[in-house]
Design a protein around this ligand. Structure first.
Ligand SMILES: Cc1cc2nc3c(=O)[nH]c(=O)nc-3n(C[C@H](O)[C@H](O)[C@H](O)COP(=O)(O)O)c2cc1C
Length: 359
């Protein structure tokens, strides 16, 4: 059930599959006989130095994937790799605790909750804990329909039913960690009484009346960097720029929200053109290989965010698993750049993408 929660997406999972397969459809060409002895992947993302053009995307309740390691392991691994760490609003570890293990670049993902005082309080806490940017997620007006979770009786915190109990007993190491560590809950809201677990909290706090005025309110109440996450059209990208966002984040939530949405990589070129350099562009969705990062940058992204690619590592091996996932991504990126004959990220340009002339 934990694997399905990570691996699954909404409805028929068409968008999830397309996010991945459309990267595969894009063909790369290369410059031959270029000195590629020194590859430089360093960059800045929303003003922060990063060793690579990728970073950790916010994902809810990391302790669910590894009850002992959780967010602290991911935050440590990101710091060790020299890349930004983004914490979900629905994290199972508080921003203050995360800050103790990661003195590097940290960002905080937010939704506009019904209770605006709660949002303001959260922004102040994030700022005090050293989180330098907020990421406003705008593709969750209602929760997506994740059918694998229903089939598994899956909930946060997990409830005991025949299905969940038999699955848990088949994974005794996980079960042991689960029962010998604190209950998994939204740690940033430990001071608030939450009925009905995470879903109850989401249902009570998600404000379905949120509009661009609220995004503007967020901009006015936060003096750090702001990215708007979950943009799929050039028109919305221009709205992000108009309210003063520092980054437009092209994303369909990894296919977990509106199914049959186009693959992120397919919406990127039009959005990059509409933004025209007025804000940075971040892309996520289906990034599984270093070559995917090269393609995203060549088509106009400044950086990519990693979701499932580090979550599989976390679930399989805790902190060591996340470190390994980031190492693999870094080495694949470097190898692809060398094979393409480009040594710097600024050299990852559109001419690397093969334009088919034959059907
Ligand atoms: C298990 C899981 C939980 C997620 N939780 C959040 C979240 O709390 N907030 C958010 O903005 N995005 C969340 N996302 C979306 C990711 O930030 C990201 O957009 C997506 O995973 C990218 O697609 P990829 O996993 O194919 O790389 C979640 C994704 C997954 C897989």
């Amino acid at each position: 059930m934990v694997f399905d929660y990570i691996d699954g997406a909404a409805d028929d999972e068409v968008t999830l599959a397309r996010n991945v397969s459309r990267f595969r459809d894009i063909e790369l060409v290369w410059d031959a006989l270029v000195d590629v002895d020194k590859i430089d992947t360093s960059t800045t993302i929303m003003g922060a130095a990063s060793a690579s053009p990728f970073f950790i995307s916010p994902t809810a309740t990391s302790r669910l994937f590894h009850p002992r390691a959780g967010e602290l392991a991911v935050a440590r691994a990101a710091h060790a790799a020299g890349v930004p760490y983004a914490c979900s609003t629905l994290a199972s570890t508080s921003v203050e605790d995360i800050a103790t293990v990661n003195p590097g670049t940290k960002w905080f993902q937010v939704y506009v909750w019904r209770n605006r005082a709660l949002v303001k309080d959260m922004l102040e806490r994030a700022k005090a804990a050293g989180f330098g940017a907020i990421l406003l997620t705008v593709d969750v007006p209602v929760a997506g329909n994740r059918e694998r979770d229903g089939a598994n009786d899956f909930s946060i915190p997990p409830k005991v039913t025949w299905r969940t109990a038999t699955q848990a007993l088949a994974a005794p190491g996980y079960l042991w960690d689960l029962v010998t560590t604190p209950e998994i809950r939204p740690a940033n809201f430990a001071h608030i009484k939450i009925d009905g677990g995470l879903i109850g909290f989401i249902n009570a706090q998600f404000d379905q009346t949120v509009t661009w005025d609220d995004a503007r309110w967020m901009r006015e109440n936060w003096d750090g960097k702001l990215a708007i996450k979950g943009i799929a059209t050039p028109a919305d990208a221009q709205r992000c720029v108009a309210i003063g966002a520092d980054a437009v984040w092209v994303s369909n939530h990894g296919g977990r929200q509106l199914d049959t949405a186009p693959a992120s990589i397919d919406t990127l070129p039009g959005i990059a053109e509409a933004v025209g350099g007025a804000a940075e562009i971040i892309l996520d969705g289906g990034v599984r290989r270093g070559s995917d990062i090269v393609k995203a940058l060549a088509l106009g992204a400044n950086a990519v965010a990693l979701g499932r690619s580090y979550l599989y590592g976390l679930a399989a091996g805790g902190e060591a698993g996340v470190r390994r996932a980031l190492e693999i991504m870094d080495s694949e990126l470097r190898r692809t750049m060398a094979l393409c004959g480009r040594t710097k990220l600024s050299g990852l340009t559109r001419d690397l993408i093969f334009q088919r002339t034959l059907a």
